[in-house]
Unconditional design. Structure first.
Length: 278
């Protein structure tokens, strides 16, 4: 059942049109050989920059990929934390070693920087480690995090250059990040921040019109001027909008994926839950 479920996940991801998959610790639950075999069925690359085959000393999968989208050169790499394994005897690590994530990230970013306009990390390190990495390794523009399973509707921006993204676990939410690039500077701001400043200016103008004394009017004019000045800092800078959507019953299933899931559930029905005593 578990192997067929893994195949179902790959087939569904093929339908969804994934660009890449970053390896996590649970992906190794059935062992290295199974993961390598099932990767051949995927229409997208498996990535892991620091997961190394013990015998050959080479990465188990591609350490990164380069993609060109509408003229934008994008580099994508992936990191897996060694902390999620129960020591050397963990069966998931059989035949594998893990290089230090920070050192690996520094080497990958150094290699990708001259070849790309945007660098994305598919992280399986945890949210706290993502924060640490963003502060330690400059040059990563987007960190798409996992394992911790927390919702980040307002993604943090580290040093104005690295946006950290993550959604809740078990597919409860879908997320969409829209980037608007005005220049090649590696700096971003959240569009909602600018919109908040613009709304404040409208509110301050209303209060100015309602003001009775000249003293109050002067204070509101000064506040409006200061806020308009702060609004100018956003001009010409790269921006992003992040949206999270709960994936409930109101979301229509893809018909092809729905058929595959129904076939799997028909073959492996979920056990009936015990009814609570009356």
């Amino acid at each position: 059942m578990v192997t067929e479920k893994a195949n179902l996940l790959i087939e569904s991801s093929n339908v969804m049109g994934y660009d890449a998959l970053g390896i996590g610790d649970d992906d190794l639950s059935l062992g290295k050989e199974f993961l390598m075999e099932i990767s051949k069925k995927a229409k997208f690359p498996f990535l892991s920059s620091n997961l190394i085959e013990e015998q050959s000393k080479k990465p188990l999968f591609s350490p990164f990929i380069l993609k060109k989208v509408n003229g934008l050169r994008i580099g994508i790499f992936s990191l897996l934390s060694p902390d999620f394994f129960a020591g050397p005897g963990d069966p998931r690590k059989k035949g594998l070693t893990l290089r230090p994530p920070v050192e690996t990230a520094q080497n990958i970013v150094k290699e990708l920087r001259p070849k790309t306009d945007l660098i994305i990390l598919l992280s399986h390190l945890s949210y706290p480690k993502d924060m640490e990495l963003a502060q330690t390794v400059p040059g990563i523009h987007l960190i798409v995090g996992s394992h911790t399973g927390i919702n980040l509707p307002h993604p943090p921006i580290i040093n104005q250059h690295t946006v950290i993204l993550q959604t809740a676990a078990k597919g409860m939410y879908g997320a969409r990040l829209d980037l608007t690039l005005h220049n090649h500077e590696p700096a971003f701001y959240n569009t909602t921040t600018r919109q908040t400043v613009e709304q404040n200016i409208k509110t301050f103008n209303l209060r100015l019109n309602e003001a009775k004394s000249e003293t109050d009017k002067a204070q509101w004019r000064k506040l409006i001027e200061d806020t308009e000045r702060s609004l100018k800092q956003f001009q010409g800078k790269n921006e992003f909008t992040n949206g999270l959507s709960p994936l409930g019953e109101s979301i229509n299933d893809d018909p092809d994926i729905k058929k595959m899931v129904e076939a799997f559930r028909s073959k492996y029905p979920e056990p009936e839950k015990n009814q609570p005593p009356k």
